[in-house]
Design a binder for this molecule. Structure first.
Ligand code: NAD
Length: 365
């Protein structure tokens, strides 16, 4: 069977890690024709747009995409193209598995958590007002007029919308995923003790939806307490469902638990479109240095293959990655005992080692 998949190389280390994912998928013999399209800074030059229609149309048509990370300027400049892509394509669920791989420096063998992050609203909705602008002061006047709590003038404001529609959709998605993947527990993560109307709504909907899944244990944990518990006893967690911002932060924490961002894959899922990308960003200081770990993007490729129904090939790829990491020889700096270990190999060499393991795996089929 042949597939057409959109490919956004991204910027920074993006092109290197997406090349690695392409190479291992090719070695598996899965026939994918990559429709290469651009977003972010690389798209500006050619299309005079950070998120060209051509890119969105390619993904809408192919319904599956692999994406490298895209830089977002901090403080000023344009808003995140990663967030814009998820919103434009209504990729409402961000799924990030954090599973222990033998051979990493993780102190928590057995960790196996799936993060289900709401992708479309919360503080990431992009409704923000700059300090001292006329409309911001007007908004503050309005709030101070209707609320017993007063906002200091001048202030910058970010709005945190949480809707019952989006909360129901993501929470049901998390329970359905738990059912499909034979997971036993879904934990709702929130700060409803402080944000009674936003996180409170999310928690209330979680409790309602959980009643439809009596076979799955459901509990809730306040986000700060979760951070402490995850660091001490990650094995007690299974599937986590979270609003957008907590989901982003907890994803990186969980990546740290399993040995770092270099091995943490992800998927953004909508009603009929799926876009796969690593949890990590563009790591600009390593651009073009053949330095970073390709595993996170390669494992995002494993998720992509499963999504296409190529389960056998996905299994071979996952095993090939696990074998290379377990042997610990042909791995990048982040998987060595120290970050300056002279035996660390580059992105390309680690990818080649995975390809060699794929060849062995294919022979055993
Ligand atoms: P980052 O994830 O790019 O890098 C943080 C650090 O993690 C790196 O310095 C490096 O030490 C390590 N790291 C990341 N990827 C690695 C890999 N594959 N192998 C080994 N080590 C790796 O986070 P940042 O520095 O906060 O962000 C850089 C840029 O990326 C920013 O512009 C940010 O907005 C963007 N970003 C994009 C995405 C996305 O495209 N989905 C996600 C996160 C950040």
């Amino acid at each position: 069977m042949s597939y057409k998949v959109s490919l956004i190389p991204g910027d920074g280390i993006g092109p290197e890690v997406t090349d690695a994912a392409k190479a291992v998928i090719e070695a598996l013999g899965v026939d994918i024709s990559w429709d290469v399209v651009y977003a972010g800074e690389p798209a500006l030059k050619e299309h005079k747009s950070l998120l060209p229609e051509e890119t969105l149309n390619s993904i809408r048509k192919n319904k599956v995409a692999l994406k490298g990370p895209i830089t977002t300027p901090i403080g000023g400049g344009f808003r995140s193209i990663n967030v814009a892509l998820r919103q434009e394509l209504d990729l409402f669920a961000c799924v990030r598995p954090a599973r222990y791989i033998e051979g990493t420096s993780s102190k928590h063998p057995g960790t196996d958590i799936i993060i289900v992050r709401e992708n479309s609203e919360d503080l990431y909705a992009g409704v923000e007002f700059k300090e001292s602008e006329e409309e911001t002061n007007g908004l503050i006047d309005y709030i101070n007029g209707i609320s017993a709590k007063k906002v200091r003038v001048p202030s910058a404001i970010s709005i945190k919308p949480i809707s019952s529609f989006a909360s129901k959709r993501i929470i049901r998605f998390a329970f359905e995923l738990a059912k499909r993947e034979n997971r036993h527990k879904v934990s709702c993560i929130h700060k409803a003790n402080i944000m009674k109307f936003t996180d409170g709504l999310f928690l209330q909907i979680f409790r309602d939806v959980a009643k439809d899944y009596p076979q799955i244990e459901a509990n809730d944990v306040i986000v700060d307490n979760l951070c402490m518990q995850l660091v001490m006893r990650p094995n007690e967690f299974d599937v986590l469902v979270l609003p957008n911002l907590y989901g982003d932060i907890i994803s990186d924490l969980c990546a740290g638990l399993i040995g770092g961002l270099g091995i943490a894959p992800g998927a953004n899922i909508g009603e009929n479109i799926a876009l796969f990308e690593p949890v990590h960003g563009a790591a600009p200081k390593y651009t073009g240095k053949n330095k970073v770990n390709p595993t996170a993007t390669i494992l995002s490729g494993v998720l992509l293959l499963k999504h296409l129904g190529e389960h056998k090939k996905a299994e071979i790829l996952e095993k090939a990655v696990a074998n290379v990491i377990k042997k610990g020889e042909s791995v990048t700096y982040d998987l060595k005992p120290t970050r300056t270990d002279p035996t660390a190999v580059g992105t390309k060499e680690m990818t080649e080692a995975i390809v060699e393991e794929i060849k062995k795996g294919l022979k055993n089929v």
